[in-house]
Write a protein that binds this ligand. Structure first.
Ligand code: BG6
Ligand code: MG
Length: 221
């Protein structure tokens, strides 16, 4: 029986995925790694340091920076990113998300946040929806980032459910892999060709409704 939902934040609840991409694009330019759609998709959902490593590896620069220089690059990226998210307001919640949260709350599902972002509490606060969730995973306490299942296992734990009773919602390839490995039902938001590993697909948040999820063979009421 499904009793809870674990939400990714960036790219699912609000369109901050584009701000992450914008800031990483700058980093890629600074280190001389060519930007591409494949790189952009590979970065989605991935932790700050893992993202930097992927950018360096993609350009063949993994040996070119000391640990201290890598930390400075990551800090610079976060500074650039934080400048972009200062102006977020409740109007930046993606279409259909508030209605979806309403539906879930009325049906008494438990809700948690499984975001790798250390900026997640700030963003939820700016969007005015922090109090809608029963739990938020603290990414500082994690040993492994997405695609490792740890964050989604924790997202079930904090709402006191086994993963089999939780549906995870993600816009990232790494995130869908994490949900699947956690043993949860995966919902992908975005291009179904890109998120082909998801159990259930929606092209955007507008299409995301409880009714459509309940119609899926993966939904066990
Ligand atoms: C994820 C984003 O939610 O958080 C990634 O999808 C980001 O793009 C990751 O790298 C870590 O976020 P932050 O804000 O702690 O650098
Ligand atoms: Mg995301």
């Amino acid at each position: 029986t499904i009793k809870g939902f674990a939400f990714d934040l960036d790219g699912v609840i609000t369109d901050t995925a584009r701000f992450h991409a914008q800031a990483w694009h700058k980093t890629a330019d600074a280190v001389g790694t060519p930007w591409s759609e494949t790189l952009a998709n590979g970065l989605r959902g991935v932790s700050r340091m893992d993202s930097l490593e992927l950018i360096l590896r993609t350009g063949g620069h993994e040996q070119d920076y000391t640990q201290a220089q890598k930390e400075a690059l990551a800090q610079q990226k976060n500074d650039n990113y934080q400048a972009l998210i200062q102006q977020l307001t409740p109007a930046d919640i993606l279409p259909g998300i508030l209605q979806f949260l309403d539906e879930l709350q009325q049906a008494h599902y438990l809700l948690s946040i499984a975001s790798a972002s250390k900026n997640a509490p700030f963003i939820l606060d700016k969007l005015g929806i922090a109090d809608r969730f029963d739990g938020i995973v603290d990414p500082n306490t994690l040993h492994q980032g997405k695609p490792d299942p740890e964050i989604f296992i924790r997202a079930a734990e904090i709402i006191h459910l086994p993963p089999t009773q939780v549906i995870g919602i993600e816009d990232a390839i790494a995130g869908i892999a994490a949900i699947n490995a956690a043993g949860e039902v995966s919902v992908g938001i975005g291009d179904p060709q890109v998120l082909s590993a998801a159990n259930i697909n929606f092209k955007d948040t507008q299409a995301l409704t409880l009714k459509h999820i309940q119609q899926s063979v993966y939904f066990q009421s």
